[in-house]
Design a protein around this ligand. Structure first.
Ligand code: GTB
Length: 215
C-alpha cells in the first residue's frame, strides 16, 4: 500500500524544504518507500476533512491503509520501525537513535521554532528587536552544547540514523542566520546530511511542488 502524505500546496518557504513534510519525504526516500502527496492550501488544512486527520490542522500527515498519523516525529518513527535502514538493529544503539529523535524535536527544535515564529508573527511588535538577542542566545547555547561533544564525528552515534535525519532537518532551519555557521562541525554535519541522495530526491520533490505552483 503506497502511503499518502500531506504537504503545503504553496509552501511559505518557496521551495527551500523547511516545512516538515520534507523530513517525512526524506525518511521515505532513505528506506526506498514510494509515496503519494496530497497538497493542501492553508484554508483546506482548517476544514473538517483535514481536521479529522490532524486535530491541529497542520501538515504533514501520513496515511497507509487504515493507519492515519500526524506529528512528523511519530511518522518518522513509524517509517523507521517498519523498514530497515533508519534504526540500528542492536537494542542499545536503537534506543540511542530514538533518544536523538526526541532530542532533536524536544530540545533543539523548540528554541529554533520560537525564533522563526517571532520573525513571522512578532516583527511589528515594539518589543521584537529587544527580544531577538534572547531568542538567538537560546539557540546558540543549544548549538554550543551539541557541537562540543559532537566534535569531528560524521553522525550522532556512529552510523546515520533517523536521529540524524531529524537533527539535520532541525539544524537546517537557522542556516544562513550566522548561528549555525559559528559551529563548523555542525555546518559540515548538515552539509553531509544534505549530500545524501535520499535527501536530494526529497528536496527536489518538494521543490517541484513550489515550481509548479508558480506556473
Ligand atoms: N509538531 C508538528 C510536527 O512535527 O508535525 C508541527 C507541524 C507544523 O508546524 N506544521 C506546519 C503547519 O502546518 C508546517 S511546518 N503550519 C500551518 C498551521 O499551523 O496553520 C512549519 C513551517 C512552516 C513554514 C516554514 N517556512 O516557510 O520556512 C517552515 C516551517
Amino acid at each position: 500500500m503506497t502511503p499518502i502524505i500531506t504537504a503545503f500546496a504553496r509552501s511559505p518557504d518557496r521551495g527551500q524544504g523547511l516545512a516538515r513534510d520534507m523530513r517525512v519525504r526524506w525518511a521515505l526516500e532513505e528506506v526506498g518507500q514510494a509515496y503519494d502527496t496530497r497538497l493542501l492550501s492553508f484554508d483546506e488544512m482548517k476544514q473538517p476533512a483535514h481536521l479529522a486527520l490532524h486535530p491541529f490542522g497542520q501538515i504533514p500527515t501520513y496515511q497507509e491503509g487504515d493507519l492515519a498519523l500526524f506529528e512528523s516525529g511519530a511518522i518518522l518513527l513509524h517509517v523507521a520501525q517498519r523498514h530497515p535502514g533508519l534504526l540500528p538493529e542492536e537494542a542499545n544503539a536503537r534506543a540511542r537513535a530514538i533518544m536523538w529523535i526526541f532530542a532533536s524535536l524536544n530540545t533543539v527544535e523548540p528554541p529554533i521554532a520560537e525564533w522563526e515564529q517571532a520573525a513571522y508573527l512578532e516583527r511589528d511588535r515594539p518589543w521584537h528587536q529587544a527580544r531577538l538577542p534572547l531568542l538567538e542566545k537560546r539557540i546558540r547555547d543549544r548549538l554550543e552544547q551539541l557541537s562540543r561533544p559532537f566534535g569531528e564525528a560524521d553522525w550522532l552515534d556512529g552510523t546515520f540514523s533517523a536521529g540524524d535525519l531529524l537533527m539535520v532537518s532541525v539544524l537546517r532551519r537557522p542556516e544562513g542566520s550566522g548561528m549555525l555557521e559559528t559551529f563548523p562541525n555542525l555546518r559540515a554535519y548538515v552539509a553531509r546530511g544534505k549530500a545524501r541522495p535520499a535527501y536530494r530526491r526529497a528536496f527536489e520533490a518538494q521543490r517541484a511542488v513550489f515550481t509548479a505552483s508558480q506556473g
